[in-house]
Design a protein around this ligand. Structure first.
Ligand code: BG6
Length: 488
C-alpha cells in the first residue's frame, strides 16, 4: 500500500476548515503524527490562489488555534496545502478534481475525502467522486468523513445512508460526532471499565437517576438561518446528548475494537423506549430564549426550540426504571457539559439524626467541559458534632493531574483516527438511524399543530421554569450542572 496520503477537504473556504480542521491537522503535524508524505487539497467555490488560501488559513489559525506556534512552523506545514476552486454542483468539477489530484500525487496515494460542506451536498459529492472511480480502493485506501447533520429525521438519514452506500462500503464511511473526539468523553469508558470499583454499582440497584446536561452560553450567533430549520433536538440531542447517554449506559464491549464498541452502542440505543405520541408532553419540555426571533435570519414567528429537557427510559435489565434526564440549551448562564449520576439513599437511616434532616445522596459528576474532571460527593461526619453530616467531594481535575493544555481538540483525535483507519469514534449507519428513531417522535410531536407553546426563558438564565417543574414532578431537582465544581 502506498505511503502518501491526500486529504481532500470539500467546503474548504468555510468556517469549519479554518476553525477546526486546519488547526487540528497543523497540530498533528507539529506533534509528528501526520503521515510521512501527505498533501492537503482544499476544494470550494470561493476563488483563491494557493498562496491566498494559505494566508486566509493562517489568519484563522491565529484567531482560533488554542496553542502557540511560530511562523516558521506554519511556513513549513503550509507548503503541503493546495487549493482547487470549483463548484460541486457542476458534475464536471469532479473530472477536474481528478486531474488536479493526479498532478499533485504523482503516483498512487491514499485519499481521505472530508465533507465539510452544507449537508445537501453530501450525496452530490459522494456521487461525483464515486461515479469517476475516486472511491475505488485499488491503489490505496479511500475514506470519506461525513460531517453532521446526518439527515434531519429517520427517513432522510436512511436515504442518505443509501446514497452513500451506492459508492462506498460501510468501512469507508466515517460519520463524525465531535463529542466522541473529546478526551473527557472517551474517558467515560476508561472510568467505567479500567476500574473495578464503579461497575458493580452501575445499575438500577444503586443508581436513582442520571442527568446529562449540555448547556451553552452562546446563542445562535451568525447561524440563525441554519439553526431555525433545525432546532435543539436535531442539533444537539440526536447526536451529542445520545452519544453521552450511550457511553454511560452501554454494557462492557468484548474488545476495544471498532465493531465491538459500535455493537454495544447500538444495543443500548435499541433498548431506549420509543416515546408514544401521547406521552411526549409529560416527558419533555421545549423552550426558546427571549429575543431568539429577532436573531439574524430567524423567522419572526419562529417556533424553533433553543432549549429542551427530555426524560428517557432504557428498557433493559441494568437500567429498568431509572430515568435519564437530558437537557441542553443555548444562551444559558454558563457553558457546561456534565453527566451527573445520583445514587440511591442508604436503605436504612441508622444515625440518630432529627427527622427534618435529610442526608444528601451520593453524586458522581463526570465533567466533560470546561473544568474537566470527575467528582464524587459523599457524606462525612462534621467533626466535633454528635451526628451532623455534610457533603464533601473526592476530586479529579484534569488540569491538576495532567497539567494545563493537555486536552487536545476533539478534531485532532478524530482526524488522526480517520487517517489511521480506526472507526471506533465514528458512527455506524445503524447507530445514526436508531438515534433518529428515538428523537423523531419528540420532533414530530413538537412540530405538530397540537404542540403547546414553547417555554420562554431569559437569556443568561438556567433555562425555563417549566424545566424545573418537569423534574420536580418526579421529586427530583436539577443538580449542579452550571458552574465550576460539579457537586459542591
Ligand atoms: C455543534 C452544534 O454540533 O455543537 C452547535 O451544531 C453547538 O450548535 C456545538 O454549539 C457545541 O459543541 P461544543 O464542543 O462547543 O460543546
Amino acid at each position: 500500500m502506498s505511503q502518501s496520503t491526500t486529504i481532500i477537504i470539500f467546503g474548504a473556504s468555510g468556517d469549519l476548515n479554518g476553525r477546526k480542521l486546519i488547526p487540528a491537522l497543523f497540530n498533528l503535524y507539529r506533534k509528528g503524527r501526520m503521515p510521512k508524505e501527505f498533501t492537503i487539497l482544499g476544494f470550494s467555490g470561493t476563488p483563491y490562489e494557493h498562496e491566498a488560501f494559505r494566508s486566509m488559513l493562517h489568519k484563522k489559525l491565529s484567531e482560533f488555534a488554542d496553542y502557540q506556534f511560530t511562523d516558521a512552523e506554519w511556513d513549513e506545514f503550509s507548503r503541503y496545502i493546495y487549493y482547487h476552486t470549483d463548484k460541486a454542483i457542476d458534475p464536471e468539477s469532479f473530472d477536474r478534481l481528478k486531474v488536479e489530484l493526479d498532478r499533485l500525487e504523482k503516483g498512487p496515494a491514499n485519499r481521505l475525502f472530508y465533507l465539510a460542506t452544507p449537508p445537501q451536498f453530501f450525496p452530490t459529492i459522494v456521487e461525483g467522486i464515486g461515479r469517476i472511480g475516486l472511491t475505488k480502493e485499488d491503489e490505496g485506501w479511500r475514506r470519506v468523513v461525513v460531517e453532521k447533520p446526518f439527515g434531519t429525521d429517520l427517513e432522510s438519514a436512511k436515504a442518505l445512508n443509501q446514497s452513500l452506500h451506492q459508492y462506498l462500503r460501510e468501512h469507508q464511511i466515517y460519520r463524525i460526532d465531535h463529542y466522541l473526539g473529546k478526551e473527557t468523553v472517551q474517558n467515560i469508558l476508561y472510568f467505567r471499565f479500567a476500574n473495578t470499583i464503579f461497575e458493580p454499582v452501575w445499575n438500577r440497584n444503586y443508581i436513582d437517576h442520571v442527568q446529562i446536561t449540555v448547556a451553552e452560553e452562546v446563542g445562535v450567533e451568525h447561524r440563525g438561518g441554519y439553526y431555525d430549520e433545525v432546532g435543539i433536538l436535531r442539533d444537539m440531542f440526536q447526536n451529542h446528548l445520545l452519544q453521552l447517554l450511550t457511553l454511560v449506559a452501554m454494557e462492557p464491549p468484548s474488545s476495544f475494537k471498532a465493531n465491538s464498541l459500535r455493537d454495544e452502542r447500538v444495543k443500548v440505543l435499541s433498548a431506549i423506549r420509543l416515546m408514544r405520541h401521547d406521552k411526549i408532553w409529560e416527558n419533555s419540555v421545549l423552550g426558546q430564549y427571549r429575543g431568539y426571533r429577532q436573531e439574524y435570519r430567524v423567522s419572526p414567528n419562529s417556533r424553533t426550540a433553543t432549549y429542551a429537557a427530555l426524560r428517557l427510559y432504557i428498557d433493559n435489565w441494568r437500567w429498568q426504571g431509572v430515568p435519564f434526564y437530558l437537557r441542553s440549551g443555548k444562551l444559558l448562564k454558563e457553558k457546561s457539559s456534565e453527566i451527573l449520576i445520583q445514587f440511591k439513599q442508604p436503605p436504612l437511616a441508622m444515625f440518630p439524626i432529627p427527622e427534618w434532616y435529610k442526608m444528601a445522596p451520593n453524586i458522581l459528576a463526570l465533567c466533560i467541559q470546561p473544568n474537566e474532571g470527575i467528582h464524587l460527593r459523599f457524606e462525612a461526619k462534621v467533626p466535633d458534632t454528635a451526628y451532623n453530616t455534610r457533603s464533601v467531594n473526592m476530586e479529579f481535575n484534569y488540569q491538576d493531574s495532567f497539567g494545563p493544555g493537555t486536552l487536545p481538540e476533539a478534531y485532532e483525535r478524530l482526524l488522526l483516527d480517520a487517517l489511521n483507519g480506526d472507526a471506533s469514534l465514528f458512527i455506524r449507519s445503524d447507530q445514526t438511524e436508531i438515534s433518529w428513531a428515538i428523537i423523531d417522535p419528540f420532533i414530530h410531536a413538537w412540530e405538530s399543530p397540537e404542540a403547546p407553546p414553547l417555554a420562554i426563558y431569559e437569556p443568561g438564565s438556567l433555562g425555563p421554569v417549566e424545566a424545573d417543574n418537569f423534574i420536580q414532578h418526579d421529586s427530583r431537582r436539577w443538580l449542579r450542572a452550571f458552574g465550576g465544581h460539579c457537586c459542591d
